[in-house]
Write a protein that binds this ligand. Structure first.
Ligand code: SAM
Length: 367
């Protein structure tokens, strides 16, 4: 047992004690013996505040939120402290030191709409139902998908982070196949492919129980993938979701040359619900959040690409393929729009654009 935490930090409007193993605001954190805290995930937690506030605003009933893998408790305690509406929060972590720290942080914030558990997350989910379930593991959330899908109420939300990007993005294809039963793709679209593999896997898990998924807001960064998905009851919802779940030939992913011949199965439907992203942007102007400048850019891109087709071209890869010097992004967007095609920037890379224009038209615009 180590001494108590000495670092008092503030995210949003909430102050908490944490063990600071890392000071940099980028990248993954170090996994040590003390409860985990990564300052680089503040934006990730800020998005949780916004999505759950949107959810509360649209729910007519009392909402029960679970922070299932809580570590210091920062996400759940922030939700309890910073959301408004008719709700309660449960916080869970099976680790002894995390359990003690969560209780200390609840006391510090004098919260009453909150309960704490020290349980294995899967067994907790199998005995209790929730409206909003957050799964923020070390590595992959896949081990909790079955229990989360069974626990979440109709029209409830499952949110999860995956930090096993090396598997999802095709550095270790066999690991991806074992874990997600899908072949990844290592290349320009690898982050979007990884995001779609994770969504596809959740879609498949939900369909077993005649439930469908509707992605509300999903994104990737260099070190993690994050999903917010609504789960809807019924065979029709499940069939509609499964219609978006398939494998595709690698040649259908722009600029990809690598084996295997097939990518996936993965989710080919939308990654965002445009109206939700728009409402969340409005909420962002009301909530005091430290990462607003970054969030603004991210939500702007997510809204822009909400109705765009899957995958994207990158200017650099296209220009080396066509052996021409690259035009500007603004030129490409304007030209494709003028020709009547959908075109949007992607949040996955600053040099990427999505379009429904055929390759011949894209090539023409490029030259
Ligand atoms: C990445 S940390 C969570 C970080 C936290 N959500 C945050 O925003 O800072 C993952 C936590 O999950 C806990 N954990 C891992 N497997 C678990 C399980 N099966 N049941 C409950 N807790 C678990 C670990 O003890 C660890 O504290």
């Amino acid at each position: 047992m180590t001494n108590g935490p000495t670092d008092l930090i503030k995210e949003g409007t909430t102050e908490l004690f944490v063990y600071k193993n890392k000071t940099s605001v980028k990248g993954p954190s170090i996994r040590e013996n003390t409860p985990f805290y990564n300052p680089a995930m503040e934006l990730n937690r800020d998005v949780s505040i916004l999505v759950n506030q949107w959810f509360l605003n649209t729910s007519a009933k009392h909402v029960h939120i679970l922070d299932g893998l809580a570590a210091s408790g920062i996400r759940g305690i922030r939700l309890a402290h910073e959301l408004s509406g008719d709700f309660e929060v449960s916080i869970n972590d099976r680790n002894d030191q995390s359990f003690a720290l969560i209780k200390q942080n609840i006391e510090k914030n004098q919260l009453e709409n909150i309960s704490v558990f020290q349980r294995d997350l899967s067994s907790l989910l199998l005995g209790q139902r929730y409206h909003s379930i957050d799964i923020d593991p070390f590595g992959s959330p896949v081990y909790f998908f079955d229990a989360a899908v069974r626990s979440v109420y109709n029209k409830g939300i499952i949110s999860c982070t995956a930090t096993d990007t090396a598997a999802l993005c095709g550095v270790f294809p066999q690991v991806c196949f074992r874990r997600y039963a899908a072949w990844p793709l290592h290349g320009p679209s690898m982050h979007e492919t990884g995001l779609r593999i994770l969504l596809g896997c959740l879609c498949r898990e939900a369909a077993k129980y005649d439930r469908g998924i509707e992605p509300l807001l999903c994104y990737t960064t260099d070190h993690y993938v994050r999903l917010y998905v609504q789960v809807n009851n019924g065979k029709n919802a499940a069939n509609a979701s499964m219609a978006q779940y398939c494998s595709i030939p690698v040649k259908d992913v722009p600029l990809s040359k690598e084996s295997p011949a097939l990518v996936g199965p993965l989710w080919l439907g939308n990654l965002q619900k445009k109206t939700v992203v728009q409402e969340i942007r409005t909420l962002m102007s009301i909530k005091p959040l430290n990462t607003k400048h970054l969030l603004w850019k991210l939500l702007d891109l997510l809204e822009g690409e909400a109705d765009a087709p899957p995958f994207f071209y990158t200017i650099n890869d296209l220009s080396s393929e066509l052996k021409v010097s690259p035009p500007t992004m603004d030129h490409i967007i304007e030209q494709l729009k003028n020709k009547g095609f959908i075109v949007a920037k992607t949040h996955c890379t600053p040099t990427g654009f999505k379009t429904n224009a055929p390759l011949g038209v894209v090539t023409e615009v490029f030259k």
